[in-house]
Design a protein around this ligand. Structure first.
Ligand code: GAL
Length: 673
């Protein structure tokens, strides 16, 4: 066993190279540049563990890293996990798989990065399937052996013995390991996100409502269905086309089906005139009928998926072929983004699809590695196409890995358990991931409402009606409630948009787990939205729920009712309300519930709500909302501030915009609660 040397890579971030790492890794694929200036602002931080206690060894072509744990330590993260928040005492098998049926750790985005409740993080940068024993295997030479118990007599006997270390097992000859300092779990996550390039800011329209139409719709049906949103007074910004827009899908041609979409640019233009952006579904497997098939054939792997080629997108030549085709056929027609489906693969008992781990690729990589990073490769490639045209995109992807936080993609799933969807929303925040608990169908109007309420407080608010043909008003009894939430989503755009700007500039996840607010809190059914809002979803069948409010004073977002924090309260909201609380001093900037997001240069009035008697401040982000100008320095922060004088009178101000700069915000009205 060896004790590695740790080399400082950035403020509060160290790494060590164990053995001989492979050339294909998630961080290398993602290729992000660390945001060093922002990391410097966070301060250096001390190496958060005793380096003498971290050991590495090579055992039968596996690299093993051992990191001690204390008895109370909780382990968060490891990607988009659906079944647990705290992984302490569990063994996690981090393989990309869309259909994990058990609590194994497999998921769409199994990021080999964990955050300890003690305020440090560990990342192993590998494209191999890692096993992480999160305090679930015990060495004979441990100084803290678990107490021996007798299953026949001790009622607290447990199948997993308590262990005092994490053991990370990477198949292969080596790996680079990173350690991130805190001191708090939120600061660990911030350092991780900033090291991976900082979070992403969506275009404003990405934060509007999304609707995906039925699989086989043609341009007229798409237009007619979209206009229903306008006619019924429901906001909507993005219409997603599902497989039927391709001339061939499963595998994909990437060419428009001429019978359904005879004139794509005209169709997109007509939709744009009504304020709709178009998002295209695709997967990576190339149909023999695709025009790019012949060119991609020599650049593809040994196996097919659904009869389609699996291009080796680690090769620049392969990437260029797809990029040119997409640019010419989709972007030129006015398409705004993609839903990149099925890059995860599935293994269910008796049903499976994906190229196998032993598949070979022209670059020399194998199927195991490619599958672990395929989602990242596709995100990066498609992001670059839009960047070339200085257009921001916002899309969906079904597989991801470490280093993805700067990609404009939100994860989704075919799984549909509502509690798991909320838990995934919490967990995504530990690993630089975004997640949408998309709505597709519901058994009852009540479930419909509860799902709609949650999705409107997530990184991407979407109704995915591809197979259900549902509309927001599909349950007429609750239509007004659903309209209220879709409008609330639109009204909160300035607040959410500024929360995303903090993700980019400071690495703070816009939607985040409670453990990032209160380190020992592993709740999985409530979360923070932006800095001031705490969201406590209701699930079908519930009439009340407990909400844990952190220290301080909190207010009900809608009624303004005051609550003392630092404990648990029980609330009894009706169906028309999902409990949302705002911390004292919190500022919530809102805009009118427009049918779609304001376009570049369009100005909206603001209503700013302030809660309680404490002074407050919020940095409101403003830019053109559509291009990368903000990355070239063209953006502004407007300071919203509320002061309270000795008589308790509150006054709100907004800082002026510099003379040569434009403002997206017009008149401002203050509301004091
Ligand atoms: C699934 C995907 C669905 C839908 C469908 C179309 O894999 O998760 O949202 O797009 O494919 O075939």
């Amino acid at each position: 066993m060896e004790t590695p040397e740790w080399i400082n890579q950035a403020p509060g971030i160290w790494s060590t190279v164990v053995g001989k790492p492979e050339d294909l890794t998630p961080l290398k694929v993602a290729g992000a540049t660390p945001r060093l200036a922002a990391l410097r602002e966070m301060g250096e931080g001390e190496f958060p563990l005793d380096p003498r206690t971290i050991t590495t060894e090579s055992v039968s072509s596996r690299t093993v890293i051992r990191i001690p744990l204390d008895s109370e330590e909780a382990i968060f993260g490891l990607g988009l996990q659906f079944l647990k928040v705290n992984h302490r005492g569990r063994t996690r098998y981090l393989r990309v798989n869309s259909d994990p049926r058990q609590d194994t750790g497999e998921t769409h985005a199994p990021v080999p990065f964990y955050v300890s409740s003690r305020g440090y993080g560990v990342l192993v940068d590998t494209a191999r399937i890692v096993t992480i024993y999160c305090g679930s295997c015990v060495r004979r030479d441990t100084p803290n052996p678990p107490a021996l118990k007798d299953r026949g007599r001790d009622p607290d006997w447990e199948p997993t013995p308590t262990s005092d270390a994490v053991e990370i097992v990477v198949p292969g000859e080596g790996v680079e390991v990173f350690v991130f300092a805190g001191p708090t779990p939120l600061e660990v996550v911030r350092r991780y996100n900033l090291f991976c390039g900082g979070g992403v800011i969506p275009p404003r329209w990405g934060l509007g409502f999304w609707h995906r139409v039925s699989l086989q719709y043609n341009h007229e049906q798409v237009h007619a269905e979209s206009m229903e949103y306008r006619n019924r007074d429901f906001p909507c910004d993005v219409i997603g086309l599902e497989p039927g827009w391709h001339s061939k899908s499963y595998p994909c041609s990437y060419e428009w089906a001429e019978d359904r979409f005879p004139d794509p640019p005209r169709f997109a233009e007509k939709m744009a005139a009504e304020g709709f952006h178009i998002n295209l579904w695709e997967h990576a497997y190339v149909s023999p009928e695709a025009k790019i098939h012949a060119e991609l054939e020599p650049l593809s792997g040994s196996h097919t998926v659904w009869g389609g080629l699996v291009p080796d997108y680690t090769l620049p030549e392969a990437r260029e072929i797809l990029k040119a085709q997409h640019e010419g056929t989709h972007l030129a027609a006015g398409v705004s983004g993609y839903k990149i489906d099925e890059c995860d693969g599935s293994e269910l008992t008796g049903c499976s699809w994906m190229f196998p781990a032993h598949a070979t690729f022209p670059s020399g990589h194998d199927g195991e590695q490619m599958r672990q990073v395929y989602g990242l490769l596709l995100q990066k490639m498609t992001t670059e196409i839009f960047r070339k045209h200085d257009r921001r995109t916002w899309g969906l992807v079904r597989a991801s890995n470490a280093g993805a936080c700067s990609f404009p993609y939100v994860l989704y799933s075919d799984l549909y358990d509502h509690r798991e969807f909320v838990r995934a929303l919490c967990n995504s925040s530990f690993s630089g991931l975004l997640w949408t608990p998309e709505v597709r169908s519901a058994a009852t109007a009540e479930e419909w409402v509860r799902r709609m309420q949650v999705v409107c407080f997530s990184p991407l608010a979407m109704l995915n009606a591809w197979s259900t043909s549902t509309m927001p008003w599909s349950f007429p009894d609750v239509e007004p409630i659903v309209r209220k939430y879709l409008k609330l989503r639109m009204r909160l755009m300035p607040y959410f948009y500024s929360a995303f700007a903090r993700y980019y500039f400071e690495g703070v996840p816009p939607f985040r787990a409670m453990a990032l607010e209160v380190p020992a809190c592993d709740l999985d059914d409530q979360y923070m939205a932006g800095d001031s809002m705490l969201v406590a979803p209701m699930f079908a069948g519930e009439t009340s729920r407990e909400v844990c409010l952190p220290e301080g004073v909190w207010f009900d977002f809608e009624t303004g009712k005051r609550f003392e924090g630092g404990g648990t309260i029980r609330v009894f909201p009706g169906l028309e309300t999902m409990p949302v609380f705002v911390r004292e001093g919190g500022l919530i900037p809102m805009m009118p519930p427009l049918p779609h997001a304001p376009r570049k240069g369009e100005r909206v009035p603001l209503e700013v709500r302030h809660y309680g008697n404490a002074p407050g401040r919020l940095d409101l982000f403003d830019d053109d909302g559509e291009t990368f100008a903000y990355q070239r320095g063209d953006y502004r922060w407007r300071t919203l501030e509320v002061t309270v004088d000795s008589g308790g009178t509150r006054t709100g101000t907004m800082s002026e915009v510099e003379e040569d700069r434009e403002s997206s915000y017009g008149e401002i009205a203050w509301m004091f609660t």
